[in-house]
Design a protein around this ligand. Structure first.
Ligand code: 5CA
Ligand code: ZN
Length: 425
């Protein structure tokens, strides 16, 4: 699928490059240094389920991984970036049904809005933006392989559920008991897993599963639901997690550098995508590191489409808010700390943006680069250290104060603010 428009990322006019990036890996619970091979870093970030417009929580996730990419690029790496769009899944179908619209139209409209928001926020687009629907043939092949290996098994469709012509009378599940790596992404115990499994798309109560936690791989086509050719599985549609296992494997291979998303995806989604990929690859790791954005809240609760407590990026922009101020609100929070959106945060970001812009206007190419080079070195150090964006912002604040106090400065820092932070002054 076509991605959103490219963003211009300047290369800093400095001899030195940024240092290697260290991030917190959920799977090991520790800091790891990313060490991409052959000069290319490989990144997969879980994309939206397009049934409602982009809210600040989504924006926080995509800006965090945008920052990660910018740090990689600044250290001299190329980046191969893949993102999916879950353009067929339960919540999308339910919303379309509720609103009496075609699910395809609902998805297309929301994807277009998401693109406009990402462009306004200057988020670098993925090299491959992949529709889950387009990935179905790969999912079918994967499930057939798991069945042939004996790691997947059929569960009969309940007798009172009508299936479409061409569908089998079974759904297919992964047998977790055969997967030694299950649990290694989240590090959670069984009680923690059971706590959230049902509310996050799982079906622990389904009769005839070998284990309540076994994830759905393929659902036989039911009357009234969309369905696709499933080869020997019969017509139907894939489970949620398999789309990310197969899309990441196709475009990035095994053991890619970073799998990203919000903390709400740690379990079951990232656990299951990784274990399914391992099952397909003889136990090889899905990713080297799993990086998660903390949840953004509004009015005291996690901002979520299902609860409806949303601050939409598109609405803020309609109200005339500068997208660079929205970006600065996001960057002012460390990605691993939960926070709540408030108008005061936006006001502070607008103030900061205006100070930075005044300082940028006072810069001149003829002025000395010393202060700028020192500031850029500190910004780089902060960002390479688990994406310390609040510290990087504080360095720019100090620089701006000095410049507004009369210290002559070259345009190096405004350039770095663009290249590293994605904020155009
Ligand atoms: N399509 C799936 C992933 S395959 C999905 O989770 N879609 S989503 O639209 O629900 O979320 C898109 C991304 O935004 C995910 O990475 C999710 O973890 C993140 N996200 C959702 N809500 C929040 C929030 N309140 N704060 C921070 N990130 C969030
Ligand atoms: Zn995903």
């Amino acid at each position: 699928m076509k991605s959103w428009s490219p963003v211009d990322v300047p290369t800093l006019s400095l001899e030195q490059r940024g240092g290697p990036l260290t991030v917190h890996d959920t799977a090991t619970g520790s800091r790891v240094r990313t060490s991409p091979v052959d000069g290319t870093a490989r990144l997969y970030v879980c994309g939206i389920t397009p049934y409602d417009a982009t809210h600040i929580g989504h924006a926080a996730t995509y800006v965090t991984f945008d920052l990660l990419q910018r740090v990689w690029r600044d250290s001299g790496l190329d980046v191969r970036y893949v993102q999916n769009v879950t353009d067929v899944d339960e919540p999308l179908l339910e919303r379309a049904e509720r609103d009496g619209v075609d699910w395809r139209e609902l998805a297309a409209g929301q994807i277009a809005l998401f693109f406009a928001d990402m462009e306004a926020l200057r988020v670098i687009p993925p090299d491959h933006y992949v529709s889950a629907v387009d990935g179905i043939p790969d999912d079918v092949e994967a499930v057939e392989k798991l069945l042939a290996d004996g790691t997947a098994y059929p569960v009969p469709v309940p007798e009172d559920e009508a299936t479409v012509e061409g569908a089998g009378r079974a759904d297919y599940y992964l047998d977790l008991a055969q997967q030694p790596t299950f649990g290694t992404v989240s590090g959670w115990n069984r009680a923690q897993m059971m706590d959230v499994f049902a509310e996050r798309g799982g079906d622990p109560g389904r009769a005839d599963k070998r284990d309540e936690l076994d994830p759905l791989l393929w659902r036989a086509g039911r009357e009234g639901e969309p369905h696709w050719d499933g080869g020997s599985l019969g017509r139907g549609r894939p489970g949620w997690h398999i789309e990310c296992s197969t899309i990441a494997q196709r475009y990035l291979g095994t053991g890619f550098d970073v799998q990203g998303g919000g903390t709400d995806l740690i379990f079951p989604h990232h656990e299951m995508s990784a274990v399914q990929a391992a099952a397909l690859q003889g136990g090889a790791p899905f990713a080297q590191a799993y990086v998660h954005q903390a949840m953004v809240a509004f009015e005291g609760e996690k901002m979520s489409k299902s609860k409806g407590n949303l601050v939409l990026v598109s609405r803020l922009l309609e109200q005339g808010v500068d997208p660079m101020a929205v970006r600065l609100v996001l960057l002012a929070q460390h990605y691993r700390t939960e926070w709540e959106w408030t108008p005061a945060l936006l006001a502070a970001a607008e103030q900061r943006l205006s100070v930075w812009r005044s300082a940028a206007e006072a810069c001149s190419a003829g002025y000395p680069t010393g202060l700028g080079a020192q500031t850029v070195a500190r910004m780089r150090a902060a960002l390479a250290d688990d994406l310390g964006s609040p510290r990087a912002l504080a360095e720019v604040d100090a620089w701006a104060r000095a410049v507004l106090d009369g210290e002559p400065a070259s345009p190096l820092v405004p350039e770095a603010v663009d290249a590293l932070l994605g904020v155009r002054l």
